[in-house]
Design a protein around this ligand. Structure first.
Ligand code: FAD
Length: 289
């Protein structure tokens, strides 16, 4: 006979937080990562190490709204919901379209992609270049952390057991003048886990680079981003000189350290990652100002 498990599904977020404060539970949003992680053999229900609490239905976690120039995205919004939402920036929609197939996109959430902290999580490179901040809520109140501080390693995040990721905040996303791209390289255009992914952000004033950011996925334990390398390009004019592009590529060559696994080789991953960066930089003059 199947083992019994304790499962909670409260009507409100405050009730959920209060339970999480009393008891260490496994949070389930869409369950698309959790169910795979805890699956048993065929026909046998999954085995969960602790009580589970569902959050996919909580209206408090499903709001998308603009606050001044920032965009707030509820953590339990599914990918399909985000694809329909007029506030969601096009590059994020493009990234979402590469994730899995519609059935998974109907269940999987943005909050789940972040808290699962896979090195190949497809929304993560973009969230890094958007400088995303995460609003964590518990019975003790709210705290806001940068995504790069929250994600600490594969499947490792800085979340206390009584906290829920409530909102993803994209600061200044409604500010004019930035150009953002996302590229994913996998075996197919969608329904494939990334071998490499890349997000680039550039803001050009006249011909001068005011801001530039890069993040690479699936080439390290977490997203690879270097503010020190980005800073070197500030104030340069576009089109960038070949020597400047070569220098940035050489700098990333030193810090991108992929691995061989069933999806790809380290050499392929590194070559493609650097090519994507090179392409983004050498077409910088085509990015609208
Ligand atoms: C067939 C298949 C294909 C897939 N393809 C892709 C793909 O192409 N690209 C990709 O990036 N991913 C892919 N995934 C992985 C998965 O769908 C995504 O990572 C998805 O975003 C997870 O969201 P979820 O709501 O289902 O998370 P869940 O499985 O519910 O949760 C994932 C983790 O996050 C925690 N969690 C969830 N929400 C919160 C919250 N608000 N606060 C605190 N903790 C929370 C959970 O406890 C768990 O540890 C695929 C999965 C499957 C099964």
């Amino acid at each position: 006979m199947a083992e019994k498990i304790t499962a909670y599904r409260f009507d409100r977020l405050d009730q959920t937080l209060s339970q999480l404060n009393k008891e260490n539970c496994l949070i389930i949003a869409g369950g698309t990562d959790v169910m795979v992680l805890h699956k048993s053999r065929r026909g046998v229900p999954p085995k969960f190490p602790k009580p589970i609490v569902f959050i996919d239905h909580l209206s408090e976690l499903k709001r998308v709204y603009q606050n001044h120039k920032d965009l707030h995205i509820g953590s339990s919004c599914t990918y399909s919901e985000l694809l329909e939402d007029p506030f969601i920036p096009l590059p994020l929609k493009n990234a979402i379209k590469t994730i899995a197939a519609p059935a998974i996109r109907n269940r999987g959430t943005l909050g789940g992609n972040i808290c699962n902290a896979s090195p190949a999580g497809d929304t993560l490179p973009l969230l890094y270049v958007y400088n995303a901040k995460l609003l964590l809520r518990s019975v003790n109140g709210d705290r806001v952390v940068a995504i790069s501080d929250f994600i600490q390693g594969p499947r490792r995040v800085g979340r206390d057991h009584n906290e829920i990721l409530a909102e993803i905040i994209l600061p200044s996303v409604f500010e004019e003048g930035s150009h953002v791209v996302f590229e994913k390289v996998g075996n197919r255009n969608a329904d494939a886990i990334a071998k490499v992914s890349f997000a680039g952000y550039i803001r050009i004033n006249g011909a001068r680079i005011d801001d530039v950011r890069f993040a690479f996925g699936a080439v390290g334990p977490t997203m690879v981003r270097s503010i020190d390398i980005e800073k070197k390009l500030l104030g340069h004019t576009i089109p960038l000189a070949d020597a400047d592009i070569a220098q940035v590529v050489a700098d990333f060559d030193k810090i991108i350290k992929p691995i061989d696994d069933q999806r790809s080789t380290a050499l392929y991953r590194k070559t493609v990652a650097l090519n994507l960066l090179h392409y983004f930089l050498s077409t910088s003059q085509n990015h609208p100002t």
